[in-house]
Write a protein that binds this ligand. Structure first.
Ligand SMILES: N[C@@H](CCC(=O)N[C@@H](CS)C(=O)NCC(=O)O)C(=O)O
Length: 217
């Protein structure tokens, strides 16, 4: 039986889940949830996910409602080896930390812009929001100065989730490649990957266009 992934292409966490499904060749049926039509507030969707967010993964009677938890679960269930989500205790702890960094720093700084602009009709991005995003780029740069990828010297699921968000943040604050050269190189490398071409590039551009339209810029 195939799994169900409820998603929206413009959503960075949904794109993380989509890319992870692609990487692990998960037998999944992807279903669009149109947030602008309020489909995430339908009684059926709220029953599935009381947080009314995308992505939501359904695997039989198991429902997971966070992209990071989805990535961890799919890696454990479908990973052929442990390279994308190491089993070694210390490496796994670092990957987990970077996933939580994505959730609590990168994505939360993105959401602090997208909610007011897309949902509440705010027409400006404040200097504080811009500085917070630049600070977040600095954290990514520091991580990438210590290892080739964001958590270890190999690609892991932490790169997928951070990439989905950073490639979207660029539409709010372009990356200064001279100031953040490791981040620029990492982004370029990530963008070339087939899973990114298939499930990230267009969705990020869609979000960028939506932000531009809402900001009237
Ligand atoms: N921590 C969650 C965040 C998911 C999230 O906030 N998704 C946004 C779209 S990018 C959403 O569904 N927003 C609709 C809402 O909050 O009502 C994850 O990583 O999956």
């Amino acid at each position: 039986m195939s799994l169900m992934l409820y998603k929206l292409n413009a959503s960075p966490p949904a794109r993380t889940a989509m890319m992870v499904c692609e990487l692990f060749k998960v037998p999944v049926k992807m279903v669009d949830v149109n947030l602008s039509k309020g489909e995430h507030f339908s009684p059926e969707y709220l029953k599935r996910n009381p947080l009314h967010t995308v992505p939501t993964l359904e695997d039989g009677d198991l429902i997971i409602t966070d992209s990071h938890a989805i990535a961890m679960y799919l890696a454990d269930k479908y990973g052929k080896d442990d390279s994308l989500y190491p089993k070694d205790l210390k490496s796994r702890a670092i990957v987990n930390q970077r996933l939580f960094f994505d959730s609590t720093v990168l994505f939360s700084r993105m959401r602090s812009v997208t909610v007011p602009v897309i949902i509440e009709g705010c027409k400006t991005v404040t200097e504080k929001q811009i500085n917070d995003i630049i600070e977040a780029y600095g954290y990514v740069e520091t991580y990438l100065s210590n290892t080739k990828f964001i958590a270890t010297n190999n690609l892991t699921i932490a790169d997928i989730s951070a990439y989905a968000v950073v490639s979207s943040l660029l539409f709010i604050v372009p990356l200064d490649g001279a100031k953040f050269p490791k981040t620029q190189t990492w982004l370029n490398e990530m963008e070339k990957k087939p899973f990114a071409q298939k499930y990230n590039v267009n969705g990020a551009a869609e979000l960028g266009a939506l932000l531009k339209e809402k900001l009237g810029s």
